[in-house]
Design a binder for this molecule. Sequence first.
Ligand SMILES: Cc1ncc(COP(=O)(O)O)c(C=O)c1O
Length: 401
Amino acid sequence: MSQNGKIPFVDLVTPHKELQNELVAVFQEALQTAGFVGGPMVEGFERDFAEFCDAKFCVGVNSGTDALRFALMAAGVRPGDIVLTVSMTFIATTEAISQAGARPDFIDVDERTYTMDPEKLKAYLRDQCEIDPATGRAMHRKLKKPVTAVVPVHLYGQTADMDPILETAARHRLVVIEDACQAHGAEYFSKKENRWRKAGSMGHAAGFSFYPGKNLGACGEGGAVTTNDEGIARTVRMIRDHGQSKKYYHDIEGYNGRLDSIQAGLLRVKLKHLPRWNQQRVECAQRYNELLATMSGSITLPFQPKWSKHVYHLYVVRTPRREELQTHLNEAGIGTGIHYPIPVHMQRAYDSMGWKRGDFPITEEASEQILSLPMYGGLRSDQQRRVADMVAEFASIRSTV
Ligand SMILES: Cc1ncc(COP(=O)(O)O)c(C=O)c1O
């Protein structure tokens, strides 16, 4: 518990204090060499992160949003295309799609994992699309636009069910861009390949975020694209740097979307600790599972299928009386979060798109019931016990009213 007895939702101070000397050394090196943009810190981190993800290439960029947008563009998504994703995500997923010039459309999620339901992806392509004889690609019947890509979101630290998604995508020639912004180190057991596969190594490319609260977070903004495709890596490198392949030779118009050298250096230091931090999160999740097991009648615990190695970016429970549980925990000094309270298709930003309540019912119901409990490597067992006691208290109040 913190000194005032409160249990924060996340603790970003302690891990930085523990690594202070190593992190300060990165600043000192940058100051001494004036290596602020590009250079060995960025290249070193890119090598290490590619290896961590079992991917051939990693390109550091400004943010997870940039990573997704650049990956979509580099993989060939064009203005006027439709790109499928889920509404159960942070809006950055659809911002990246729209800003690549495409139109996002949604597939509802699986009720237990909250990730894209592969059967519904299949049904969308079967029921709403037809094959365009000219291109051989899926064409949306009503919108008269080609469906060219799918962005499964590896939500809360757990991958989507990738085998069937990859199979359907291959059958319809869809580009697959993984939104791995919450899933650094998560793994998926592919029956097809009979091996565990890392988030960020399964699609044509993937986008990662290094926003400070992520399992691997920068001390500011940051992101990366991972890919096994040399052409995509090359194009992302150009897009992030004003479209130049050589200084002042601009083959295309790009963006100022580079990963800062200092952030890359800090991330490289922190990456060495990521396997341990992820393991601590897994242990915290197991402890919550045990402590909360008896309350499974009142709250639903996270579901981890056999094919998943979850890295618990978030530990998300579910109850129809979410607001009351959140207030109860808040009054006990326990921080919580909601990821996310309004599904993307119901955000005001998309009022003009014509989506409405009822379009994606699993997502809509989940977003009214989910609650993220405190979760981070340094969360102690006595703190978790207190959280569980307070959840139990809530459940007992509930059963007596
Ligand atoms: C699922 C998901 N996608 C995309 C992003 C965007 O990442 P960033 O904030 O680094 O742009 C985030 C970050 O919160 C995310 O959680």
